[in-house]
Design a protein around this ligand. Structure first.
Ligand SMILES: Cc1cc2nc3c(=O)[nH]c(=O)nc-3n(C[C@H](O)[C@H](O)[C@H](O)COP(=O)(O)OP(=O)(O)OC[C@H]3O[C@@H](n4cnc5c(N)ncnc54)[C@H](O)[C@@H]3O)c2cc1C
Length: 453
C-alpha cells in the first residue's frame, strides 16, 4: 500500500491554515525507502530541484550511469516545493553582491546561461506534460518610495554595466499602475521570467527523473558520508549506498553535514495566500499581464497571483534562529503572517479584508558573500548552495554544472563564476547568531534610510 504524504498543516486562529499552500494543489504519495546495501556510480543527497536536475542531466549525458537520490522526506518537500514560484534570472541575493564578488564580464555570462534555463524549464514542462501552471509573464521590479526609486535607477545602471542588449524602460507611477493598479507603486521596470507552481514543477521533475531510470529513495535521510578508497559510503537509518561520486544537494539543510556546516546559514522566509478573488475583485486590480512584482529593497517583499487567482504576498524579515534551527514550529510563526497581512493592505487597500487562507514559511540558504557556490570538498564530494531564495531557474543551470563536474568535463558550465572553492564561511555560535542579528538590523536600517549604501 502506497502511503499518502500528510499535508502537515494546522488550522489556527481565524481559520488560517499554517501549512504550505502549494501542497494542497496536488496529492503526494511516498516512493520507496532505502534498505540494505546498494551500489551506484553517483549518490545525490537531497531530492529538490538541485538534486533532481543533476540526476536528469547526468542520465541524459550517460544513460548507463547508476544514480541514487536519497531524500529525507519526499522529493520536493524542501524549498523547491515551498517557494513562491517566481522563476527569475536572479543569481544569489542581488545583482550588487554578484558584481562585487565577480565583476561584470563573468556575471553577464552567468545571467545569459540562467536566462536560457528559464526557457528550458518551460520547454521541459511542456515536453513532459508537467502542469506546473507556468505563466511566462516576466515580473516587475517596483518601488514604493523615493529610496526604492533610486535603487531601481541604480539597478538599471548595473544592468547597463552588464552590457545587456536592451535596457528595460523605467516606468513612472502612471506607467507601473497601468501594469498593476496598486496605489503603493511609484515606479518599476520589467524583467524576464515566469510564475510557476513550484511544487507541481518539482513533483513533475521527480516523475521524469524516475522514468529515466534514476532511483529516488524517500524517507531515507543520509545520516553520514564516509570517504572510502574507491569512493564514498553514504548511510541511511536502514541501509547504505556505496558510490563513486557524492553530491550534496540539501540546500538550507547542508549544515547538518559537519564538512559543510560553516558554509550556509538557513534563514526563514514567509508568505501568505488569500482566498481566490472573485471576477469583480480581480478586474478591480487591473492587472492584465499578471506579472508578479518585487519591491526593490534588501528585505524584499512581493506579490503575485496564483493560477486560481489567489493573492500570494511574501517576503519581509528573514529571521535566523540560534543553532541553525529549522524546526517546523517556525513555519507556523504568527508575526510574519501579521506583517504580510499589513503588506496586502498596503498593496491592495480595497482588498485588505480579503480572507487569508494560508500562511507558511521555509528556509532559504544564505552564504556570507550572498552569492551561490558550486564546489568540491577536499575529499572530492560535490556541493551546491547559496541561492539566497532565488533557485527556481538557477538550479536548472546548477544541474548542468554538476553533470560536468561529476563527469570531470571542463565546459562553459564548469567555468561559470560561481564554480570553485567557497572562501568565506560563517563563525560558530554564538557569533553566528549575533552576526545574523546585526546583519538583519543593518538591512532594516538601510531599507528605511533615504540614501543608498
Ligand atoms: C519560502 C521560500 C520561498 C522561495 N521562493 C522562491 C521564488 O519565488 N523564486 C525562486 O527562484 N526561489 C525561491 N525560493 C528558493 C528556492 O525554492 C530554492 O533555491 C530551491 O528550491 C533550492 O532547491 P534545492 O534542491 O537546492 O533545495 P531543496 O528543495 O530544499 O532540496 C533539498 C532536499 O534535501 C532534503 N534533505 C535534507 N537533508 C537531507 C538528508 N540528510 N538526506 C537526504 N535528503 C535530505 C530535503 O528534504 C529537501 O527535499 C524560495 C525558498 C523558500 C524557502
Amino acid at each position: 500500500m502506497v502511503a499518502s504524504v500528510p499535508t502537515r498543516a494546522a488550522v489556527g486562529q481565524r481559520g488560517i491554515t499554517y501549512g504550505v499552500f502549494w501542497r494542497e494543489t496536488e496529492e503526494v504519495f511516498y516512493g520507496p525507502s532505502l534498505s540494505g546495501e546498494h551500489a551506484a556510480d553517483v549518490c545525490i543527497i537531497g531530492g529538490g530541484y538541485t538534486g533532481l536536475w543533476t540526476a536528469h542531466y547526468l542520465k541524459k549525458a550517460e544513460p548507463g550511469l547508476r544514480i541514487v537520490v536519497l531524500e529525507s522526506d519526499y522529493a520536493g518537500s524542501g524549498a523547491s516545493g515551498h517557494g513562491d514560484g517566481f522563476m527569475t534570472p536572479t543569481i544569489g541575493h542581488n545583482l550588487t553582491s554578484l558584481l562585487e564578488a565577480y565583476g561584470s564580464d563573468r556575471a553577464k555570462l552567468a545571467y545569459t546561461v540562467v536566462g536560457k534555463s528559464i526557457l528550458e524549464v518551460q520547454r521541459f514542462a511542456a515536453k513532459h506534460g508537467i502542469d506546473a501552471q507556468i505563466e511566462p509573464t516576466g515580473y516587475l521590479n517596483v518601488a514604493t518610495n523615493a529610496r526604492q526609486l533610486r535603487m531601481l535607477e541604480r539597478d538599471l545602471g548595473l544592468i547597463d554595466r552588464l552590457g545587456a542588449d536592451s535596457l528595460p524602460e523605467l516606468l513612472d507611477a502612471r506607467g507601473i499602475r497601468a501594469r498593476v493598479d496598486s496605489p503603493a507603486l511609484l515606479g518599476g521596470f520589467e524583467v524576464g521570467g515566469a510564475m510557476v507552481n513550484p511544487h507541481r514543477l518539482v513533483r513533475g521533475l521527480s516523475r521524469v527523473v524516475r522514468t529515466q531510470g534514476v532511483e529516488i529513495f524517500e524517507r531515507s535521510p543520509a545520516t553520514s558520508v564516509a570517504k572510502r578508497p574507491a569512493g564514498f559510503r553514504v548511510h541511511t537509518p536502514l541501509g547504505a549506498v556505496s558510490a563513486g561520486r557524492v553530491v550534496y544537494a540539501t540546500n538550507a539543510y547542508q549544515h547538518q553535514f559537519p564538512e559543510l556546516r560553516a558554509m550556509v546559514r538557513p534563514m526563514w522566509s514567509y508568505a501568505i495566500v488569500t482566498e481566490p478573488l472573485t471576477p469583480t475583485q480581480l478586474a478591480s486590480l487591473q492587472w492584465p499581464g499578471r506579472e508578479g512584482f518585487v519591491e526593490a529593497r534588501n528585505l524584499i517583499a512581493f506579490a503575485r497571483l496564483t493560477a486560481q487567482n489567489r493573492l500570494l504576498v511574501g517576503g519581509g524579515p528573514v529571521p535566523y534562529h540560534y543553532g541553525r534551527d529549522m524546526a517546523d514550529t517556525h513555519l507556523r510563526a504568527r508575526r510574519p503572517r501579521r506583517y504580510l497581512t499589513g503588506l496586502l493592505g498596503k498593496y491592495f487597500p480595497t482588498l485588505r479584508d480579503l480572507r487569508v487562507t494560508h500562511a507558511y514559511g521555509g528556509c532559504i540558504d544564505m552564504t556570507p558573500d550572498l552569492v551561490p557556490h558550486v564546489g568540491r570538498l577536499r575529499n572530492g564530494a560535490l556541493y551546491a548552495h547559496g541561492y539566497c531564495g532565488n533557485g527556481v531557474a538557477f538550479t536548472n543551470t546548477v544541474g548542468k554544472v554538476m553533470r560536468d563536474l561529476v563527469l570531470d568535463r571542463e565546459t562553459t558550465y564548469t567555468d561559470l563564476m560561481f564554480v570553485g572553492p567557497q572562501h568565506r564561511v560563517y563563525p560558530a555560535e554564538p557569533l553566528a547568531w549575533l552576526k545574523a542579528r546585526m546583519h538583519d538590523l543593518e538591512m532594516r536600517v538601510q531599507d528605511c534610510w533615504p540614501a543608498l549604501p
